[in-house]
Design a protein around this ligand. Sequence first.
Ligand code: GDP
Ligand code: FE
Ligand code: FE
Ligand code: FE
Length: 194
Amino acid sequence: VEYQKHYYAGSRKELIAKVKEQVSEKRFKHILGVEQAALELARANDYELEKASVAALVHDYAKERSDSEFKALIVQTGLEQDLLNWNNFIWHGVVGAEIIKKELKITDEEILNAVRRHTVGAKEMTMLDQIVYVADYIEPGRDFPGVDQARQLAAESLRAAVEFETKHTLLYLMNNDKTIYPAAILTYNAYVAS
Ligand code: GDP
Ligand code: FE
Ligand code: FE
Ligand code: FE
């Protein structure tokens, strides 16, 4: 994918270099895998490749920032203060989007929303939201029970993969007595329950 629309003020190679500076080698590989998966989903669903690439490449940009940086940003930027009760899992997307806007000068709200929603989804997800959410789950480096079924579903239907991922993530969290972020339940109600 050649970048032409300037969602990012540089080439794809330059964006990749910026991301690489921010994360461990392992996470960097994951991010490239998410981009690959996102491009495949974009092709299959007639979605703009450049936008899918940028969103995938930045989705975990802020994942390795400290808790104190996230907390300070929640206070300073006036984001919902209840976020202070959560942790990196939730912050790196929702608060990470603000870091991406500031540091990478990415202002496209659809790209920022896809980053915000990539971990727990949302009641209403755009095609880009769904592409990043699913690509994060099925990228080639992921290995967990059910991932092959998720990949197969994603190849047939993006929406079916969103349903599967949402249901299985919630089941996993419940089986392990983890707290469930309220938005994750809204995603479940919208995409799984009927
Ligand atoms: P990653 O950033 O590529 O590792 O992937 P994600 O952003 O999708 O997920 C980060 C972590 O958040 C994973 O370990 C998920 O199990 C966890 N997670 C997803 N949804 C929830 C939730 O509702 N509550 C909690 N506590 N954790 C969640
Ligand atoms: Fe993430
Ligand atoms: Fe995910
Ligand atoms: Fe990720």
